[in-house]
Design a protein around this ligand. Structure first.
Ligand code: FIX
Ligand code: ZN
Length: 433
């Protein structure tokens, strides 16, 4: 294949190739229909507590949009509890009116809903949700997953399986084959073990894993048995926790002991990478429920100490604070067992994705994972990946353009190889997929 001679030609090739490359989405909150879905194929409510969320009412009531609507119709005008008492479709009507009809839907989360409708071939200009509701109500959830994955270019969806969530845990205990859908990979998620020991110890005791209030041998072996049992049950591709900004490693304490003596040995035993998502300040406004979390800076030196202490473990890390991103890149230059990933949550906006992706390419070359969707509603794959591909493509084009200016010539095949590494290969290499 011929080499690319100009920036203009390179830009076209890079954007096309990044637009086409299949993505392995390494962190979502999505599920197959086997986990139940509130919106059945005929539009009736099949399982109100179902975990597979999809369709226009779920899209419009995404917790990002709930936070935004309370900025426009402030709680003194419409109380939180009044909102929460509304049905899902009443909440959607409220958000649609105030964020889409009465104002231009310009935030990233608002624009995302429009992109989804566009990618589905629907007219995003409807001023009422009725037409969309009948379209979505006529879809079959299982077939719809295939449609969304095909149109968003996602070849694999990685779940978040929180074993401390009663709804999810009971479903797994009732049916161990839940995760057998080949389109989905499971992930063992257990935040409480490392950052809410009072909850974790109470639950573990109740579930038959006797532990004490200390990080003693009984507790460590109880946690190891618990994690091992759930690894065997759900067959995860990695283990994961979300941690608050206060998390530290190196000064001892219960979380340090549980990591060193329970979590990381189990990861080594089963060959599992360990993902850490650090920086959420939980429930700064509890009245907003899932929308009530905020951000704080993590301690990157703790991540460095962890990677140094456990060279045989593989760590995948994403940090929630924009201010942490450069130091995470520097830490990744020091430890080959540290894989930075994604532009998480409040960072998942074009202006910040651009800043983070350029500094990662400049400091790490192509050895990182630029994005995960964090989608909670299936349809969001259609917007989260098209919005991110556009920015990632521009950043890769710029950096490869600089290489071209320095006299190095690349072929389309080499560009494709870099794009595929960024969007799938680097992550698959860590999970052994
Ligand atoms: O901890 C997490 O996995 C976070 O991504 C979620 O808790 C958060 O609500 C979210 O969906 C952000 O995009
Ligand atoms: Zn998440």
């Amino acid at each position: 294949m011929s080499v690319i001679e100009s920036r203009a030609a390179l830009n076209e090739v890079v954007r096309r190739v990044v637009g086409e490359a299949q993505v392995v989405d390494m962190h979502t909150h999505l599920y197959p229909p086997s986990f139940g879905t509130p919106l059945g194929g005929s539009g009736d409510r099949v399982d109100p507590e179902g975990l597979m969320l999809w369709g226009i009412d779920e899209l419009v009531t995404y917790h990002y949009l709930i936070a935004e609507v309370f900025r426009v119709v402030t709680p003194d005008r419409l109380g939180y509890e009044t909102f929460w008492k509304m049905s899902r479709s009443e909440q959607a009507d409220h958000i649609w009116k105030h964020l889409f009809v009465d104002r231009v839907p310009m935030s990233e989360a608002c624009r995302g809903v429009l992109t989804v409708l566009q990618k589905l071939g629907l007219d995003p200009n409807e001023r009422s949700l009725a037409g969309y509701r009948s379209w979505f109500g006529a879809q079959d959830p299982d077939a719809y997953i295939d449609l969304v994955m095909e149109r968003s270019g996602v070849s694999k969806i990685t779940m978040t399986n929180n074993v401390f969530d009663d709804n999810e845990r009971e479903r797994w205990l009732a049916d161990g084959a839940l995760g057998d859908d080949p389109r989905f990979d499971a992930v063992l998620r257990f935040d409480a073990v490392l950052d809410d020991w009072s909850t974790a110890s109470r639950c573990l005791d109740a579930w038959g894993y006797p532990v004490s209030g200390e990080a003693d041998e009984e507790s460590v072996s109880g946690v190891r048995r618990f994690l091992s049992d759930w690894v065997k049950r759900i067959k995860p591709v990695y283990a994961a926790v979300s941690l608050t900004p206060e998390w530290r490693y190196g000064a001892g304490g219960l979380a340090h002991t549980m990591l060193d003596e329970a979590v990381l040995p189990v990861c080594r035993e089963f060959g599992l990478p360990f993902a850490m998502m650090i920086g959420v300040r939980r429930q700064v406004n509890p009245a907003l429920r899932a929308a009530g979390d905020a951000v704080g800076m993590a301690d990157v030196s703790s991540i460095e100490r962890l990677c140094a202490a456990h060279p045989e473990n593989k760590f995948m890390v994403t940090l929630l604070s924009r201010e942490n991103q450069h130091e995470l890149c520097v830490a990744a230059r020091k430890f080959g067992n540290l894989l930075p990933f994604g532009c998480w949550w409040f960072l998942n906006n074009p202006s910040i994705i651009q800043e983070m992706t350029l500094e990662r390419l400049e400091l790490l070359g192509g050895s990182f994972v630029p994005q995960h969707s964090d989608a909670r509603i299936l349809d969001q794959l259609l917007y989260k990946w098209s919005h991110s591909r556009a920015v990632i493509g521009d950043c890769l084009a710029e950096v490869l353009g600089r290489v071209l200016d320095a006299g190095w010539r690349v072929t389309e095949a080499e560009v494709r190889a870099e794009a595929e590494r960024l969007l799938a290969g680097n992550y698959r290499g860590v999970i052994g997929g």
